[in-house]
Design a protein around this ligand. Sequence first.
Ligand code: PLP
Length: 382
Amino acid sequence: MKKTVKESGTLAVFHQMKKLRSMGKDIINLCVGEPDIPPSQDIERAACQSIQSRQIRYTPSEGIPELREAVSAVMQHEGWETDGNRNIIITAGAKPALFTALLTLAKKTDEVLIPVPYYPSYFPMIRYAGAKPVYVPGNPEKGYKTGPEELQPYLTTNSRFFILNSPVNPTGSVYSPEELRGLLSFLKKNCILCILDDVYRHFIYDNTVKEEVSRILKPFHQSIILVRSFSKEFAMTGWRIGYTVAEDEYILPMKIVQGHMIGNAQTASQFAALKALQDPEKYALPLDVFVSRRNEVLQALSHVENLSFIHPAGAFYVFADIRSIYPGISDEVLSSHLMEKFGVAVTPGSAFGLKGFIRISYADGSRLHDGLQRLVTGLSSR
Ligand code: PLP
């Protein structure tokens, strides 16, 4: 093997949960970032229709023109000057989009800045792309977000990319419009491209912030590689479908790399995604459901003495600080203990590069109430 790579910490917990379940143990899932709500039947029908009508052959590597046009219309609505032929690639979800961007654009000497805590796949992707990951500790005072002050000490002449994820997995933090403007201005001034991992864009719970974000991004479009996915917003995780939007100088080589790597994103999923974009408001997951799930989690956690958490303004995670209730016990040990003893699966903060925390996911609300009861009992039973 050329390079060794560790399994993602989030997947490791998921596999442990599956293993215990296969042994007959009842484990409630508060770990996986996958909505339990199915996609709309219209979306499912569009995929079936594409198979039944045999529109299921290879497509152009950048995706079917109708879908690229639909994405372009979405982007133009948000103020981007996109051309469906030059600025958009349909990808097999956000992961391959991020990986392709790094593989195509990052050179050996390039440094890619990632705020901590981070999505676990960034580090191996950067390493496999041959570039150098540079961790930038997020500021605890700002919900572990990163701004110019945090970034400045880590800049070198090789700093070339910054991966921004907002709302953030694992914290649920959302960069405010002012924070975004400050950060993007700083990156632009330092000629650093921003890879914007926008998979949770739909899950910003404050509508005014959500609307402002598009306006703030406008002067920075040329220095952003935007990655989006249908996985979370339209509950299409297994369908493997997303897209990348950027200047043509970046998109054209990425299109060639994607052509060699996967050929094209799954054809039926492309037709299904086209359906989703015909009426995104109708087909996107209902936000009020997630707001009430979040409130239920916060309400339950308020019963655990000394437990603090980062205020979650988006995504579907709560990142709780366990250091004062369990000093000296690692988040990994505690997560295993909660799973084995109390039957509830959460993800240790170490999986995201921040020890002393656990991530509670409310993406799956099917047994949220019981899961929270188990969690509160487990955390309170010192
Ligand atoms: N980026 C972040 C921050 C995520 O949390 C996830 C999935 O959990 C992804 C990317 C991958 O999304 P996709 O399913 O579209 O590959």
